[in-house]
Design a protein around this ligand. Sequence first.
Ligand code: KG4
Ligand code: ZN
Length: 340
Amino acid sequence: MRSYILGIESSCDDTSAAVLCNDQLLSNIIAGQDVHMGFGGVVPELASRAHQQNIIPVIDLALKTAGVTPDQLSAVAFTRGPGLLGSLLVGISFAKGFAMAKGIPIIEVDHLQSHILSHFIQDKEGVRAVPEFPFLCLTVSGGHTQIVEVRNYFDMKIIGRTIDDAAGEAFDKAAKIMGIPYPGGPLVDKYAKSGNPDAFQFSKPNIQGLDYSFSGLKTSFLYFLRDQLKENPRFIDENRDDLCASIQRTIVEVLMDKLIKASKQTGIKQIAIAGGVSANSALRSAVLLLGERKTHKVFIPEFRYTTDNAAMIAMTGYFKYLKGEFASQDVTPYARGGML
Ligand code: KG4
Ligand code: ZN
């Protein structure tokens, strides 16, 4: 029997809806929010309002693109958290009202679990190899940096995490220091392509175990630039590409060192990456290199499933649908913590 799941993502600044038929993705619509660009970060109140404006057109387009009518839907999956409460409320409230009107169940999804489970999405681009359990997933986004031991779809354990900034924040803050607009991560990646990754050296954090820290790196980058700008006020303009390549290399080395350490400690040789920063070309190359050496089996997500999207929400929703795990109508969002 065919099950049709509508997935809704509204945890931060992307309003997204996707439709899945069993494990096959039929549509995945994402509306970004330019309104934050001038502010150097996401403004929660503006994000909620933009979600409110976008949600109906985005869901309508997702259903039309999929060629699925509201009456065909089996369930509605939505992001419950973690994320911005005002943003989450828009998606959750829509899911509740819509599902009640159609007499179908709702399914709550943890945003971070869904980034990991995005590796299981199948779409019309062709059959994709999926990781086998157990595998390690480095989840790197604007809000999180975690090494997760994934034992099964919903049996996941965090074995390493950042004690301060997330990897995406490290990219965005370094970009901001250089005057690159928010979100700076993708632009740092772009400029780094024309730069020398060994042009500048920045001190790497020295943290025990499998945890990460990025705040010291940001400070050392800031002080380095402050000193250079005293000598040459045009230093950033003249060295932008080399600076981007060097800070990117450093962040990627820090991420990879702990990931390899985690693999040694657990003996798990299957490695995946997920989340917005898994779109980074240097991180993707570093993980692919590990795969080429045949020491590890590696999985990098398709670009379109790296940053926030509802395809991953619908996918996770489908796995819960198969287990009959539905949420009640009085479910509320959570800003932090969650299933992991
Ligand atoms: O997963 P995501 O879309 O949202 C959160 O859940 O946070 O991740 C967004 C983060 C931002 O910090 C953004 O700068 C970063 O992912 N990002 C990148 C790249 N693409 C997105 N960072 C480095 N290189 C990229 N290509
Ligand atoms: Zn995310």
